[in-house]
Design a protein around this ligand. Structure first.
Ligand code: OAD
Length: 243
């Protein structure tokens, strides 16, 4: 592990183009439950049961209760050492893109700028009927309605089975195609299309690195698999680079 850490650090030191993909594991040390681990349950529900259009159509109150709980949890959380290390890395790499599956906004709070939030944001509200869409960081209760047309509002996040925002996938694929180094951090690599990014990066010539608490389906195909907490490993990779 130590030798691998040193090699990855050296790689990042010389890299011109770096793409990072993050998942919910990067926010775990901020106290935000991940999607598929045991602490991901809210009441008796798995996040996957509620983060879907059919769940919202059936019971918008329940789905909003879940999102209002998550908004409050995130509002009371702070970026951790993993988020901060990635913001630092951006400062020293000439071309850097951070692609996140997270909707919590903690990367931008940590200072990341070139950021692609591929699953949207908890802090966006969008109308289910008209084109109204807005950022709203206030704490909500119940089901909010559209100020323009009165229809139900929904969280501005991508739910299971929904398409990614236009252009997002192309932007990710273009950056991956040019990357020297691709880092995957805190994601179980179970949800497409992000789960295939490591393989795509490898095929396009990038050196690929996984940083995750436990092995994932991608661990065997990446060049370096570093297993442990992102908040411990990432600062060890980026610390001296940014000093
Ligand atoms: P998962 O819950 O599937 O995976 C989180 C991963 O983070 C697991 O493999 C954990 O081992 C790892 N992990 C936990 N704590 C960690 C730590 N401190 N440091 C490093 N790794 C840690 O979540 P995602 O992979 O993010 O999509 O899930 C991907 C997408 O599936 C989500 O964006 C969401 C979802 O259901 C939608 O809602 C559309």
């Amino acid at each position: 592990m130590l030798a691998n850490l040193e090699m990855v650090k050296a790689l990042l030191d010389g890299a011109e183009r770096v793409v990072v993909l993050t998942g919910s594991g990067v926010s775990a040390e901020s106290g935000i439950p991940t999607f598929r681990e045991a602490d991901g349950l809210w009441r008796q529900f798995r996040a996957e049961e509620l983060a879907r259009p059919d769940a919202f159509a059936e019971d918008p109150e329940l789905v909003w209760e879940f999102y209002n709980w998550r908004r409050e949890l995130v509002a009371n959380s702070e970026p951790n050492d993993a988020h901060l290390a990635l913001a630092d890395l951006e400062c020293v790499v000439p071309e850097f893109l951070l692609i996140t599956q997270n909707v919590d906004g903690l990367h931008s709070l940590a200072g990341s700028r070139n950021l692609l939030e591929m699953h949207g944001s908890l802090w966006e509200l969008q109308c289910t009927m008209c084109s109204w869409r807005n950022e709203d960081r206030t704490m909500l209760s119940g089901v909010p309605t559209c100020p323009a047309c009165g229809a139900l509002l929904r969280p501005g996040v991508v739910w299971f089975g929904e398409a990614l925002p236009p252009g997002v996938l192309n932007q990710a694929i273009r950056a991956i195609a040019e990357a020297d180094v691709f880092l995957s951090v805190g994601t179980s690599a179970m949800v497409q299309p992000a789960a295939s990014f490591a393989q795509l990066a490898r095929e396009q010539g990038a050196v690929t690195v996984e940083i995750n608490l436990e092995p994932t389906p991608n661990s065997g195909l990446v060049d370096f698999a570093l297993h442990g907490k992102a908040g411990t490993i990432l600062p060890r990779l980026t610390g001296a680079l940014c000093a």
